[in-house]
Design a protein around this ligand. Structure first.
Ligand SMILES: [Zn+2]
Length: 134
């Protein structure tokens, strides 16, 4: 779809349509203001990789996500990180508790994840050794 042909109301609807699924809200929240690879989202959200990839594609098609390749990993990041603030504002506005919103935005490293960010945070020594030997 060519976004240039869309009117402002259509553009805004398109953004909300892209967000309009719990899985995609979870994915956006998981990426947050940083970046995440598919293996991280898979470990965090307990969803199948094919399903996550499909959701990522929809978010990307709507212009909400960018990608960055680093070796064998593809990292996803929000094109506009402030979108996270807006999602939080919507949550607060409609009575979702701060604790619940905080849980949604969990950024703890995952022991069962193989992405470079989690490995580096959980075991800095391991990354040093890998970098030296590779
Ligand atoms: Zn990870």
């Amino acid at each position: 779809m060519n976004t240039l042909e869309l009117s402002p109301d259509e553009k805004i609807s398109r953004i909300f349509r892209a967000i309009s699924s719990p899985a995609r809200v979870q994915i956006l929240a998981a990426i947050g203001k940083g970046e995440a690879c598919v293996c991280h989202l898979e470990a965090l959200l307990d969803m199948r990789q094919a399903y996550i990839s499909q959701q990522l594609m929809e978010l990307r098609d709507a212009g909400l996500l960018d990608t960055r390749r680093d070796g064998r990993y593809i990292f996803y990041q929000l094109t506009e990180p402030r979108l996270i603030d807006m999602l939080i504002d919507i949550g607060i506005l409609f009575g979702i508790s701060a604790a619940d919103l905080e849980a949604l935005l969990n950024t703890e490293p995952l022991p069962q994840c193989c992405c470079p960010d989690c490995l580096a945070q959980l075991n800095p020594m391991l990354i040093d050794i890998e970098e030296i030997t590779s």
